[in-house]
Design a protein around this ligand. Structure first.
Ligand code: FRU
Length: 471
Protein backbone atom coordinates (compact mmCIF):
# COMPACT_ATOMS: atom_id res chain seq x y z
CA UNK A 1 0.00 0.00 0.00
CA UNK A 2 1.08 3.54 -0.79
CA UNK A 3 2.40 5.55 2.16
CA UNK A 4 -0.06 8.07 3.62
CA UNK A 5 2.02 10.70 5.46
CA UNK A 6 -0.87 13.19 5.18
CA UNK A 7 -2.76 11.11 7.76
CA UNK A 8 0.08 10.55 10.22
CA UNK A 9 -0.93 12.27 13.49
CA UNK A 10 1.60 14.70 14.91
CA UNK A 11 0.65 14.92 18.58
CA UNK A 12 -1.14 11.60 18.95
CA UNK A 13 0.93 8.47 19.39
CA UNK A 14 1.48 6.06 16.51
CA UNK A 15 3.99 3.24 16.09
CA UNK A 16 6.78 4.18 13.65
CA UNK A 17 5.48 1.41 11.43
CA UNK A 18 3.12 -1.56 11.53
CA UNK A 19 0.04 -2.41 13.50
CA UNK A 20 -0.94 -1.00 16.91
CA UNK A 21 -3.97 -1.60 19.11
CA UNK A 22 -4.59 -1.35 22.87
CA UNK A 23 -2.40 0.68 25.21
CA UNK A 24 -0.77 -1.64 27.75
CA UNK A 25 1.16 -1.26 31.00
CA UNK A 26 0.71 2.51 31.31
CA UNK A 27 2.96 3.60 34.15
CA UNK A 28 4.63 6.80 35.31
CA UNK A 29 8.06 6.41 36.91
CA UNK A 30 10.53 9.16 37.86
CA UNK A 31 9.04 11.83 35.61
CA UNK A 32 8.69 9.48 32.62
CA UNK A 33 5.43 8.24 31.13
CA UNK A 34 5.79 4.71 29.77
CA UNK A 35 3.45 3.58 27.04
CA UNK A 36 3.42 -0.07 26.06
CA UNK A 37 1.04 -1.15 23.35
CA UNK A 38 -0.36 -4.12 21.45
CA UNK A 39 1.89 -4.33 18.44
CA UNK A 40 2.67 -6.50 15.45
CA UNK A 41 6.38 -5.79 14.91
CA UNK A 42 6.35 -7.42 11.46
CA UNK A 43 3.21 -6.42 9.57
CA UNK A 44 0.71 -3.63 9.22
CA UNK A 45 -2.13 -5.84 10.42
CA UNK A 46 -3.09 -7.59 13.66
CA UNK A 47 -0.90 -10.60 14.56
CA UNK A 48 2.36 -11.66 16.32
CA UNK A 49 1.06 -9.74 19.33
CA UNK A 50 3.86 -8.21 21.38
CA UNK A 51 4.29 -5.21 23.67
CA UNK A 52 5.72 -2.24 21.79
CA UNK A 53 7.24 0.48 23.97
CA UNK A 54 7.71 4.25 24.04
CA UNK A 55 8.38 6.88 26.70
CA UNK A 56 7.62 10.57 27.04
CA UNK A 57 8.12 13.41 29.48
CA UNK A 58 5.42 15.70 28.11
CA UNK A 59 2.87 13.23 26.68
CA UNK A 60 3.32 14.78 23.23
CA UNK A 61 6.85 13.84 22.14
CA UNK A 62 7.48 10.09 22.40
CA UNK A 63 10.75 8.21 22.24
CA UNK A 64 10.34 4.89 20.42
CA UNK A 65 12.04 1.94 22.09
CA UNK A 66 12.54 -1.70 21.10
CA UNK A 67 9.75 -4.23 21.63
CA UNK A 68 9.65 -4.84 25.39
CA UNK A 69 7.84 -8.20 25.48
CA UNK A 70 7.97 -10.23 22.25
CA UNK A 71 5.74 -13.18 21.37
CA UNK A 72 7.07 -16.51 22.64
CA UNK A 73 7.59 -19.28 20.06
CA UNK A 74 8.07 -22.78 21.47
CA UNK A 75 7.84 -26.12 19.72
CA UNK A 76 4.11 -26.70 20.06
CA UNK A 77 3.06 -23.41 21.55
CA UNK A 78 2.90 -19.87 20.31
CA UNK A 79 2.22 -17.36 23.06
CA UNK A 80 0.96 -13.95 22.08
CA UNK A 81 1.41 -11.15 24.57
CA UNK A 82 -2.07 -9.70 24.88
CA UNK A 83 -3.17 -6.68 26.88
CA UNK A 84 -2.35 -6.05 30.52
CA UNK A 85 -0.75 -3.68 32.95
CA UNK A 86 2.53 -2.81 34.63
CA UNK A 87 3.25 -1.96 38.25
CA UNK A 88 6.27 -0.69 40.13
CA UNK A 89 6.83 -3.21 42.92
CA UNK A 90 8.22 -0.73 45.44
CA UNK A 91 8.30 -3.16 48.38
CA UNK A 92 9.77 -5.93 46.23
CA UNK A 93 6.81 -8.10 47.19
CA UNK A 94 7.53 -10.32 44.20
CA UNK A 95 11.19 -10.80 45.07
CA UNK A 96 12.11 -9.91 41.47
CA UNK A 97 14.05 -6.82 42.60
CA UNK A 98 17.80 -6.64 42.05
CA UNK A 99 20.48 -4.66 43.90
CA UNK A 100 17.88 -2.97 46.07
CA UNK A 101 16.06 -1.57 43.04
CA UNK A 102 12.31 -2.03 42.71
CA UNK A 103 11.34 -4.18 39.72
CA UNK A 104 8.65 -3.24 37.24
CA UNK A 105 6.27 -6.17 36.87
CA UNK A 106 4.07 -6.62 33.80
CA UNK A 107 0.89 -8.64 34.19
CA UNK A 108 -0.48 -9.67 30.81
CA UNK A 109 -2.66 -12.21 29.06
CA UNK A 110 -0.84 -15.08 27.40
CA UNK A 111 -2.96 -15.96 24.39
CA UNK A 112 -2.15 -19.41 23.06
CA UNK A 113 -4.05 -19.77 19.79
CA UNK A 114 -3.17 -23.41 19.14
CA UNK A 115 -4.38 -24.45 22.58
CA UNK A 116 -7.31 -22.01 22.41
CA UNK A 117 -6.35 -20.78 25.81
CA UNK A 118 -5.89 -17.52 27.67
CA UNK A 119 -4.31 -17.20 31.10
CA UNK A 120 -2.48 -14.49 33.02
CA UNK A 121 1.32 -14.33 32.96
CA UNK A 122 3.77 -12.04 34.72
CA UNK A 123 7.19 -10.80 33.61
CA UNK A 124 9.67 -8.54 35.39
CA UNK A 125 12.09 -5.83 34.39
CA UNK A 126 15.26 -4.80 36.20
CA UNK A 127 16.33 -2.25 33.60
CA UNK A 128 13.62 0.38 34.00
CA UNK A 129 11.09 -1.29 31.74
CA UNK A 130 13.20 -1.80 28.61
CA UNK A 131 13.35 -5.59 28.70
CA UNK A 132 11.34 -8.19 30.61
CA UNK A 133 11.97 -11.73 31.82
CA UNK A 134 8.99 -14.05 31.90
CA UNK A 135 8.40 -15.65 35.32
CA UNK A 136 9.19 -19.37 35.35
CA UNK A 137 6.04 -20.15 37.34
CA UNK A 138 3.60 -18.80 34.70
CA UNK A 139 0.61 -18.82 34.43
CA UNK A 140 -0.26 -17.04 37.66
CA UNK A 141 -4.02 -17.10 37.05
CA UNK A 142 -5.62 -19.79 34.95
CA UNK A 143 -9.28 -20.78 34.93
CA UNK A 144 -9.00 -23.02 31.85
CA UNK A 145 -10.79 -20.75 29.44
CA UNK A 146 -10.40 -19.74 25.82
CA UNK A 147 -11.38 -16.16 26.61
CA UNK A 148 -10.08 -14.73 29.87
CA UNK A 149 -8.05 -11.59 29.52
CA UNK A 150 -6.71 -8.08 30.03
CA UNK A 151 -5.60 -7.98 33.69
CA UNK A 152 -5.43 -4.53 35.23
CA UNK A 153 -3.45 -4.46 38.46
CA UNK A 154 -3.27 -1.68 41.05
CA UNK A 155 -1.76 -1.41 44.53
CA UNK A 156 -4.22 -1.07 47.43
CA UNK A 157 -2.23 0.87 49.99
CA UNK A 158 -4.71 0.44 52.84
CA UNK A 159 -4.73 -3.35 52.47
CA UNK A 160 -1.11 -3.60 51.39
CA UNK A 161 -2.19 -5.87 48.55
CA UNK A 162 -2.36 -5.99 44.79
CA UNK A 163 -5.77 -6.00 43.13
CA UNK A 164 -6.38 -7.48 39.69
CA UNK A 165 -9.45 -6.78 37.56
CA UNK A 166 -9.72 -9.14 34.60
CA UNK A 167 -12.42 -9.90 32.01
CA UNK A 168 -14.31 -13.04 31.11
CA UNK A 169 -15.39 -11.57 27.76
CA UNK A 170 -18.11 -13.94 26.60
CA UNK A 171 -19.80 -13.95 30.00
CA UNK A 172 -19.96 -10.13 30.21
CA UNK A 173 -18.24 -10.06 33.53
CA UNK A 174 -15.09 -9.10 35.32
CA UNK A 175 -13.38 -10.93 38.15
CA UNK A 176 -11.41 -9.42 41.00
CA UNK A 177 -8.35 -11.15 42.48
CA UNK A 178 -5.92 -10.11 45.18
CA UNK A 179 -2.31 -10.98 45.84
CA UNK A 180 0.52 -10.21 48.21
CA UNK A 181 3.33 -11.03 45.81
CA UNK A 182 1.93 -10.82 42.26
CA UNK A 183 2.48 -14.58 41.91
CA UNK A 184 -0.30 -16.14 44.00
CA UNK A 185 -3.74 -14.76 43.35
CA UNK A 186 -6.94 -15.34 45.26
CA UNK A 187 -10.31 -14.73 43.67
CA UNK A 188 -12.41 -12.15 45.53
CA UNK A 189 -15.62 -11.70 43.57
CA UNK A 190 -17.23 -11.12 40.19
CA UNK A 191 -19.23 -8.28 38.69
CA UNK A 192 -21.15 -8.39 35.44
CA UNK A 193 -24.25 -8.75 33.34
CA UNK A 194 -25.11 -5.14 34.04
CA UNK A 195 -25.00 -2.07 31.82
CA UNK A 196 -24.29 -2.80 28.16
CA UNK A 197 -24.04 -6.55 27.51
CA UNK A 198 -24.63 -6.55 23.75
CA UNK A 199 -20.98 -7.33 23.03
CA UNK A 200 -18.08 -9.11 24.74
CA UNK A 201 -16.33 -7.38 27.66
CA UNK A 202 -12.61 -6.60 27.43
CA UNK A 203 -9.93 -4.39 29.01
CA UNK A 204 -11.54 -3.65 32.38
CA UNK A 205 -10.05 -1.36 35.03
CA UNK A 206 -11.05 -0.31 38.54
CA UNK A 207 -9.89 3.12 39.69
CA UNK A 208 -10.44 5.07 42.90
CA UNK A 209 -11.43 8.72 42.47
CA UNK A 210 -12.51 11.52 44.80
CA UNK A 211 -15.92 12.80 43.70
CA UNK A 212 -15.71 16.57 43.04
CA UNK A 213 -12.13 16.32 44.26
CA UNK A 214 -13.29 15.76 47.84
CA UNK A 215 -11.22 13.10 49.71
CA UNK A 216 -14.23 12.42 51.94
CA UNK A 217 -16.18 11.24 48.89
CA UNK A 218 -14.27 8.32 47.45
CA UNK A 219 -15.86 6.28 44.65
CA UNK A 220 -14.63 3.58 42.29
CA UNK A 221 -14.77 3.87 38.54
CA UNK A 222 -15.10 0.55 36.72
CA UNK A 223 -14.46 0.90 33.00
CA UNK A 224 -15.05 -1.87 30.49
CA UNK A 225 -14.57 -2.02 26.73
CA UNK A 226 -17.58 -3.74 25.29
CA UNK A 227 -17.43 -4.73 21.70
CA UNK A 228 -14.79 -3.69 19.21
CA UNK A 229 -16.75 -4.44 16.06
CA UNK A 230 -18.91 -1.62 14.71
CA UNK A 231 -19.98 -0.71 18.21
CA UNK A 232 -21.67 2.66 18.30
CA UNK A 233 -20.10 3.22 21.68
CA UNK A 234 -17.09 1.14 22.55
CA UNK A 235 -16.53 1.77 26.22
CA UNK A 236 -18.86 1.89 29.18
CA UNK A 237 -18.37 2.69 32.83
CA UNK A 238 -19.93 2.04 36.21
CA UNK A 239 -19.47 4.04 39.38
CA UNK A 240 -19.75 2.43 42.76
CA UNK A 241 -18.15 1.29 45.97
CA UNK A 242 -15.46 -1.29 46.46
CA UNK A 243 -15.00 -2.72 49.96
CA UNK A 244 -11.78 -4.53 49.15
CA UNK A 245 -13.69 -7.54 47.93
CA UNK A 246 -16.86 -6.63 46.07
CA UNK A 247 -17.85 -3.88 43.67
CA UNK A 248 -21.36 -2.46 44.16
CA UNK A 249 -22.89 -0.50 41.29
CA UNK A 250 -24.31 2.93 42.25
CA UNK A 251 -26.91 2.69 39.51
CA UNK A 252 -29.60 0.27 38.43
CA UNK A 253 -28.24 -2.81 36.63
CA UNK A 254 -29.90 -1.75 33.38
CA UNK A 255 -28.53 1.79 33.33
CA UNK A 256 -25.81 2.39 30.75
CA UNK A 257 -23.06 4.99 30.92
CA UNK A 258 -20.57 5.49 28.10
CA UNK A 259 -17.05 6.84 28.13
CA UNK A 260 -16.97 8.22 24.57
CA UNK A 261 -19.81 8.51 22.08
CA UNK A 262 -17.75 8.14 18.90
CA UNK A 263 -17.08 4.89 17.09
CA UNK A 264 -13.40 4.70 17.70
CA UNK A 265 -12.48 5.04 21.35
CA UNK A 266 -11.56 1.65 22.82
CA UNK A 267 -9.44 -0.37 25.24
CA UNK A 268 -8.50 2.65 27.36
CA UNK A 269 -6.71 1.98 30.64
CA UNK A 270 -5.55 4.34 33.38
CA UNK A 271 -1.94 5.10 34.24
CA UNK A 272 -0.45 3.44 37.28
CA UNK A 273 1.68 5.22 39.87
CA UNK A 274 0.74 8.82 39.09
CA UNK A 275 1.34 11.22 42.00
CA UNK A 276 -1.27 13.25 43.93
CA UNK A 277 -4.22 10.92 43.28
CA UNK A 278 -4.23 11.98 39.64
CA UNK A 279 -5.94 9.56 37.29
CA UNK A 280 -5.31 9.66 33.57
CA UNK A 281 -6.00 7.23 30.76
CA UNK A 282 -5.08 6.61 27.16
CA UNK A 283 -7.34 4.78 24.69
CA UNK A 284 -6.85 3.27 21.27
CA UNK A 285 -8.61 4.91 18.33
CA UNK A 286 -9.78 1.74 16.63
CA UNK A 287 -8.91 1.63 13.01
CA UNK A 288 -11.71 -0.39 11.41
CA UNK A 289 -10.44 -0.36 7.81
CA UNK A 290 -8.01 2.48 8.45
CA UNK A 291 -6.34 3.20 5.10
CA UNK A 292 -3.01 4.26 6.60
CA UNK A 293 0.49 3.07 5.81
CA UNK A 294 3.15 2.13 6.88
CA UNK A 295 1.42 2.29 10.28
CA UNK A 296 -2.07 1.48 11.45
CA UNK A 297 -3.78 2.56 14.69
CA UNK A 298 -3.26 5.59 16.90
CA UNK A 299 -3.76 6.48 20.56
CA UNK A 300 -6.11 9.10 21.99
CA UNK A 301 -4.82 12.16 23.75
CA UNK A 302 -4.05 11.24 27.38
CA UNK A 303 -7.18 12.16 29.35
CA UNK A 304 -7.50 13.21 32.98
CA UNK A 305 -10.37 11.48 34.76
CA UNK A 306 -12.71 13.08 37.24
CA UNK A 307 -15.99 12.10 38.85
CA UNK A 308 -18.40 14.98 39.36
CA UNK A 309 -21.83 15.29 40.88
CA UNK A 310 -24.40 16.25 38.24
CA UNK A 311 -28.20 16.53 38.24
CA UNK A 312 -28.36 12.94 36.93
CA UNK A 313 -25.90 11.51 39.46
CA UNK A 314 -22.14 11.00 39.63
CA UNK A 315 -20.64 11.15 36.15
CA UNK A 316 -17.26 10.72 34.50
CA UNK A 317 -15.68 13.90 33.10
CA UNK A 318 -12.61 13.78 30.87
CA UNK A 319 -10.14 16.48 29.96
CA UNK A 320 -7.04 16.42 27.80
CA UNK A 321 -4.32 15.90 30.38
CA UNK A 322 -3.41 19.05 32.29
CA UNK A 323 0.20 17.87 32.01
CA UNK A 324 0.04 18.82 28.31
CA UNK A 325 -0.89 22.45 28.99
CA UNK A 326 2.74 23.16 29.87
CA UNK A 327 3.63 22.10 26.35
CA UNK A 328 0.91 24.29 24.81
CA UNK A 329 1.97 27.32 26.83
CA UNK A 330 5.56 26.95 25.70
CA UNK A 331 4.69 27.06 22.00
CA UNK A 332 5.96 30.18 20.20
CA UNK A 333 3.52 33.05 19.65
CA UNK A 334 3.19 32.24 15.95
CA UNK A 335 1.57 28.94 16.92
CA UNK A 336 -1.03 30.45 19.22
CA UNK A 337 -4.17 32.31 18.40
CA UNK A 338 -6.52 34.14 20.77
CA UNK A 339 -9.70 35.71 19.46
CA UNK A 340 -11.70 38.47 21.05
CA UNK A 341 -15.37 37.94 21.90
CA UNK A 342 -17.47 38.41 18.77
CA UNK A 343 -20.66 37.42 17.03
CA UNK A 344 -20.50 34.69 14.40
CA UNK A 345 -23.14 34.71 11.67
CA UNK A 346 -23.62 33.08 8.29
CA UNK A 347 -20.19 34.33 7.22
CA UNK A 348 -17.88 31.66 8.66
CA UNK A 349 -14.74 32.84 10.41
CA UNK A 350 -11.70 31.20 8.83
CA UNK A 351 -9.01 30.54 11.42
CA UNK A 352 -6.84 29.17 8.66
CA UNK A 353 -6.32 32.68 7.35
CA UNK A 354 -4.05 33.11 10.37
CA UNK A 355 -0.66 31.59 9.74
CA UNK A 356 -0.30 27.97 10.76
CA UNK A 357 -3.95 27.17 11.11
CA UNK A 358 -4.19 25.25 7.88
CA UNK A 359 -2.21 22.20 9.00
CA UNK A 360 -4.98 19.90 10.29
CA UNK A 361 -2.99 19.71 13.52
CA UNK A 362 -4.85 22.16 15.70
CA UNK A 363 -6.14 22.28 19.22
CA UNK A 364 -9.05 24.64 19.83
CA UNK A 365 -10.74 25.64 23.06
CA UNK A 366 -13.82 27.82 22.54
CA UNK A 367 -16.83 28.92 24.51
CA UNK A 368 -20.11 29.96 22.89
CA UNK A 369 -23.28 31.52 24.25
CA UNK A 370 -26.31 30.26 22.41
CA UNK A 371 -28.05 32.87 20.21
CA UNK A 372 -30.45 32.55 17.31
CA UNK A 373 -28.34 30.11 15.26
CA UNK A 374 -29.72 26.56 15.11
CA UNK A 375 -26.24 25.10 14.57
CA UNK A 376 -22.75 26.33 15.27
CA UNK A 377 -19.26 24.96 15.69
CA UNK A 378 -16.30 24.18 13.44
CA UNK A 379 -15.66 23.13 9.85
CA UNK A 380 -12.51 21.09 9.58
CA UNK A 381 -10.47 20.14 6.53
CA UNK A 382 -13.32 21.20 4.24
CA UNK A 383 -15.35 18.05 4.80
CA UNK A 384 -15.89 17.53 8.52
CA UNK A 385 -18.36 19.46 10.66
CA UNK A 386 -18.18 19.51 14.44
CA UNK A 387 -21.48 21.13 15.28
CA UNK A 388 -23.86 21.78 18.12
CA UNK A 389 -27.57 21.67 17.32
CA UNK A 390 -29.57 23.90 19.63
CA UNK A 391 -32.98 22.32 19.05
CA UNK A 392 -31.80 18.82 19.75
CA UNK A 393 -29.24 19.75 22.44
CA UNK A 394 -26.81 17.61 20.57
CA UNK A 395 -23.16 17.66 19.58
CA UNK A 396 -22.43 15.96 16.27
CA UNK A 397 -19.56 15.18 13.95
CA UNK A 398 -20.62 14.94 10.32
CA UNK A 399 -18.21 13.55 7.76
CA UNK A 400 -19.93 12.97 4.43
CA UNK A 401 -22.81 10.62 5.08
CA UNK A 402 -21.52 9.57 8.45
CA UNK A 403 -22.98 11.36 11.48
CA UNK A 404 -22.08 10.59 15.08
CA UNK A 405 -23.74 12.46 17.90
CA UNK A 406 -24.27 12.79 21.61
CA UNK A 407 -26.91 14.63 23.61
CA UNK A 408 -25.71 17.31 26.01
CA UNK A 409 -27.66 20.35 27.21
CA UNK A 410 -25.94 23.72 27.42
CA UNK A 411 -24.67 24.81 30.83
CA UNK A 412 -26.04 28.29 31.66
CA UNK A 413 -26.80 28.72 27.96
CA UNK A 414 -23.14 28.07 27.14
CA UNK A 415 -21.31 25.37 25.22
CA UNK A 416 -17.57 24.86 25.57
CA UNK A 417 -15.94 22.90 22.79
CA UNK A 418 -12.39 21.59 23.02
CA UNK A 419 -11.61 20.23 19.58
CA UNK A 420 -8.40 18.32 18.91
CA UNK A 421 -7.69 17.85 15.22
CA UNK A 422 -4.66 15.80 14.30
CA UNK A 423 -4.49 14.84 10.62
CA UNK A 424 -6.71 11.76 10.84
CA UNK A 425 -8.42 12.11 14.22
CA UNK A 426 -10.85 14.50 15.87
CA UNK A 427 -11.54 14.44 19.60
CA UNK A 428 -14.26 16.72 20.93
CA UNK A 429 -14.72 17.42 24.65
CA UNK A 430 -18.01 19.19 25.40
CA UNK A 431 -18.62 21.33 28.49
CA UNK A 432 -15.43 20.48 30.38
CA UNK A 433 -15.53 16.91 29.13
CA UNK A 434 -18.96 15.97 30.44
CA UNK A 435 -19.40 14.24 27.10
CA UNK A 436 -16.69 13.23 24.64
CA UNK A 437 -16.93 12.23 20.99
CA UNK A 438 -13.93 10.93 19.07
CA UNK A 439 -13.64 9.87 15.47
CA UNK A 440 -11.21 9.24 12.66
CA UNK A 441 -11.19 11.34 9.47
CA UNK A 442 -9.34 10.86 6.19
CA UNK A 443 -9.42 14.18 4.35
CA UNK A 444 -8.07 14.59 0.84
CA UNK A 445 -4.43 15.59 0.66
CA UNK A 446 -5.20 19.20 -0.23
CA UNK A 447 -8.11 19.59 2.20
CA UNK A 448 -7.02 21.72 5.14
CA UNK A 449 -8.52 24.55 7.11
CA UNK A 450 -10.46 25.37 10.20
CA UNK A 451 -13.45 27.72 10.43
CA UNK A 452 -16.00 28.76 13.04
CA UNK A 453 -19.53 28.69 11.63
CA UNK A 454 -23.12 29.52 12.57
CA UNK A 455 -26.26 28.59 10.65
CA UNK A 456 -29.73 30.18 10.54
CA UNK A 457 -28.84 33.01 12.88
CA UNK A 458 -25.93 33.96 15.03
CA UNK A 459 -24.00 32.72 18.01
CA UNK A 460 -21.81 34.58 20.46
CA UNK A 461 -18.21 33.40 20.55
CA UNK A 462 -17.05 34.37 24.06
CA UNK A 463 -13.48 33.11 23.92
CA UNK A 464 -11.37 31.13 21.51
CA UNK A 465 -7.84 29.89 21.93
CA UNK A 466 -6.17 27.78 19.30
CA UNK A 467 -2.78 26.15 18.95
CA UNK A 468 -0.99 24.87 15.89
CA UNK A 469 0.88 21.71 16.86
CA UNK A 470 2.46 21.00 13.51
CA UNK A 471 6.19 20.42 13.67
C1 FRU B 1 -8.97 -5.44 22.74
C2 FRU B 1 -8.27 -6.80 22.65
C3 FRU B 1 -7.96 -7.33 24.02
C4 FRU B 1 -6.80 -8.26 23.75
C5 FRU B 1 -6.06 -7.53 22.67
C6 FRU B 1 -5.38 -8.42 21.67
O1 FRU B 1 -8.82 -4.69 21.59
O2 FRU B 1 -9.10 -7.68 21.93
O3 FRU B 1 -9.05 -7.97 24.64
O4 FRU B 1 -6.00 -8.47 24.88
O5 FRU B 1 -7.01 -6.70 22.01
O6 FRU B 1 -4.61 -7.69 20.76
Amino acid sequence: QEATPQWRPVYHFTAPKNWLNDPNGLIYIDGVYHLYYQHNPFENKWGHMSWGHATSKDLINWKHLPVAIPEIEKKDTTTWIFSGSAVLDEHNSSGFGKNGKAPIVAIYTADQPKQQKESQFIAFSNDGGLTYTNYSGNPVVDIQKKDFRDPSVIWLEDQHKWLMTVAVPAEHKVQFYSSENLKNWEMLSEFGNQGDTRKIWECPSLTPLYVDGDPAKKKWLLMVSSGNQDAATGMQYFTGDFDGKTFTNDNKPESQLFVDYGKTFYAAIPYNHLPDNRQMMIGWLMPFETPTSPWRGQMSIPRDLQLKTTASGIRLFQQPSAAISTYLHKLPAAKKLTLKAQTINSKALELSSSKGFNTNTNWVDAEFTIGTATDFGFKIAEQVVVGYNVQRNELYIRDGKDVQHVGIPPANNKIRLQVLVDKSSVEVFVNDGEKVLTTLIFPDKAATGLAVFAENGDVQLNTLKAWDLSK
